[in-house]
Design a protein around this ligand. Sequence first.
Ligand code: SF4
Ligand code: SF4
Length: 386
Amino acid sequence: MAIPFFKEMRIGGYLLKQKLLGRKRYPLVLMLEPLFRCNLACVGCGKIDYPDAILNRRMTAQECWDAADECGAPMVAIPGGEPLIHKEIGEIVRGLVERKKFVSLCTNALLLEKKLDLFEPSPYLFFSVHLDGLKDHHDKAVSQKGVFDRAVSAIKAAKARGFTVNVNATIFDGHPAEEIAKFLDLTVELGVGVSMSPGYAYERAPDQEHFLNRTKTKKLFRDVFAMGKGKKWNFMHSGLFLDFLAGNQEYECTPWGMPARNIFGWQKPCYLLGEGYAKTFKELMDTTDWETYGTGKYEKCADCMAHCGYEPTAATAALNNPLKAMWVSLRGIRTSGPMAPEIDMSKQRPAQYIFSAEVQKRLSEIRKDEAAAAAEKAAQKASTAA
Ligand code: SF4
Ligand code: SF4
């Protein structure tokens, strides 16, 4: 998901307003997952490992709009699953744009060309196409040949129709810096912005061996940025977030900055980590024990440097220290010299494994709902027959 925080003045104004109001915790981007079903099965994906009964569930358009109203964030990113599978996706996006939300529709692009007619170009809408690297690398990451070519063709078609398109890349261990640099050159050729984030080590992803730890992440991004000096790579990130990836800033995450709403409710504590659900956004904010999450506090957060946790931190840091943000953007990202000290990991609490129990709980709720709906339908049929 590309999150161009500083592209739009309105988002800057929103941040300033929260600061003036003295709010400690506020959302910047709603991560809206209207379904978990996908038409790919990427090896690093931690989102699609659910039983069919859950993969078949959808949030309704009204639920999506209610979530956006309830949360109030100026941007809505729609990942998934694959949102273009959702039958009401055109309507969902239209309703969000009508609410003047900046919408980032995240897609693997397999259906994008076919479904472009569902959307209208708007300054509030951009497609964020999943591309993890050059052709061979991407097709391997998504476990299917030909996906890269289809994604590139869809990007060109969408741009030709007047849509704004960005690409988003998840970076894993073993991806050589030179190749990432070539991939970034390609994004310039395609005329698209790019967001990059180290993959979060999802405990349910099929490939557990290629997640980057923090030390490797910083080294890799330094190498990449060093190759980018003088080039016109168009990152959809704030300079301070990129500086953080290069090991020059020590930040704690801001998990409430990008709250996640999906078919289960509001996910605690963040988009990456599902440790329970709240019924309302207010309940999420009021009942999540925020202090117990983050790198150095919780084992599952140890290697996280993902944009959805740290881009909001960088945004707040820029607001609190605009001169520093300006200096980083003028000077560019420092790619040598000492790194900022790493967070102390010695006191982190051990990981809790509650995923299976949560899934069972949700499955029994779904079965209860389905039984109630079937009973109601049978009663209606009986009364019509009588
Ligand atoms: S395209 Fe996205 S949601 Fe689908 S399997 Fe790949 S990473 Fe997961
Ligand atoms: S470090 Fe923060 S953003 Fe990352 S998984 Fe933990 S709580 Fe979520």
